[in-house]
Design a protein around this ligand. Structure first.
Ligand code: GDD
Ligand code: MN
Length: 354
């Protein structure tokens, strides 16, 4: 298996040769590899890289002038890579090349993705400045909250990882900003993800290009993934559809009562209308990609789920209100939240099972 190491570079003049040397020392005779530098530099890094590519058969180099940005540079590198296994690492030696062999071993043992982590037993963040520690922790937390696909990963904002190319076959990557690992994890298909501890080193030479702008790009990137990936947006769509149901229910109820219908009958009819509207919206929006059973089966399952959901709501409400003397409105709100989560899980796993 051939390994392609993609390295994005922006003004890394004093790092690229040392990096290439260290990768060569770590891998030669053990792994068939190539290094692909994708460069956006404004200094003399491209000249240095060109010289390296001329001297060494395992180095390739692309320089971009029209476009800039870490994420898209890596995507270009992937498209040029010849290996079946792809790696991304920074040029400044913060990611130790000595990790490549142990990472490759995990791939050989069947891993789809290997992520060296600073945040598991034995890992070390290399003494990041305090403010970067805080920013980094908050960024990780927000990411895990936003995307289910990275929830179990301890170091999802890292720029160091290795994976089997087949896991992104047919997938279009379109990252905003820096967090290419999140893009790959969210859009790719990975069964076995392995994390191994490592020590993040201090930068070798030059300076970090991290900026407030990149933090902002990160948030935009998360939002983009939440909107574009069906599995990620599903719960939010479901909750929105539920809210629309509440509005429909109230409006129809009010109209019927004003028309002179009895209150219980009005409530019953309006609840049925809301349920039908919710089903139609969920079927055509929330789970539109997964229609494996017939429409009437889906409708029936949805109905059953809703009835059980209402029972969950009433049960929780009763427990909190009568059992724990919590305010009746708060009790109902918690009941509704529990029923929403129950309904979502049941509908996802049963009504619209993919
Ligand atoms: N091609 C290209 N274009 N490369 C870039 C660009 C760009 O616009 N911006 C940065 N790079 C390259 C740098 O030259 C370096 O090789 C790598 O991307 C990472 O940039 P650094 O400036 O060294 O980032 P950092 O050390 O502050 O952040 C790194 O560690 C963080 C974890 O603390 C990155 O890997 C982050 O993604 C990571 O979250
Ligand atoms: Mn760095």
């Amino acid at each position: 298996m051939k390994l392609s190491i993609v390295v994005p570079t922006y003004n890394e003049l004093d790092n690229v040769t040392v990096l290439a040397d260290q990768i060569y020392t770590s891998l030669q005779g053990k792994v068939d590899f190539e290094i692909i530098f994708v460069d956006d530099s404004t200094d003399d890094t491209p000249q240095r890289l060109q010289a390296l590519a001329n001297e060494r058969s395992y180095v390739r180099f692309y320089h971009r002038t029209g476009e800039k940005g870490l994420g898209t540079a890596v995507v270009l590198g992937f498209s040029k890579a010849q290996g079946d296994v792809l790696t991304v690492m920074d040029a400044d030696l913060q990611h130790p090349p000595s990790m490549l062999v142990p990472m490759m071993k995990e791939i050989m043992n069947g891993a789809d993705m290997v992520i060296p982590s600073r945040f598991i037993e034995g890992g070390d963040d290399g003494g990041l400045a305090f403010h970067r520690k805080v920013v980094s922790a908050v960024a990780r937390y927000i990411g895990k909250l936003a995307l289910t696909s990275i929830r179990k990963i301890s170091d999802p904002t890292s720029g160091f990882f290795m994976f089997r190319r087949e896991c992104i076959r047919g997938v279009t990557l379109s990252p905003i900003g820096w967090k290419i690992l999140i893009e790959v994890l969210a859009r790719g298909r990975f069964e076995r993800i392995v994390e191994i501890p490592y020590r993040f080193h201090p930068r070798n030479a030059g300076e970090s290009k991290m900026s407030i702008r990149e933090q902002w790009n990160y948030l935009r990137h998360l939002l983009k993934l939440m909107i574009e990936i069906p599995e990620e947006r599903r719960f939010y769509l479901f909750a929105l559809v539920g809210l629309s149901g509440v509005v429909i229910n109230m409006v129809i109820y009010d109209v019927l009562v004003h028309l002179g219908l009895a209150v219980p009958l009005s409530a019953f009819i309006s609840a049925i209308c809301a349920m039908v509207s919710n089903f139609i919206l969920n079927d055509s929006l929330t789970w539109r990609e997964v229609h494996s059973t017939s429409l009437h089966k889906r409708a029936l399952k949805y109905g059953v789920t809703s009835v059980v959901g209402i029972s969950v709501n009433i049960l929780v409400l009763d427990l909190l209100y009568k059992g724990a003397h919590i305010h009746y409105l708060v009790s109902n709100l918690v009941g509704i939240a529990c029923a929403t989560v129950f309904n979502y899980i049941a509908n996802n796993a049963w009504t619209w099972r993919s």
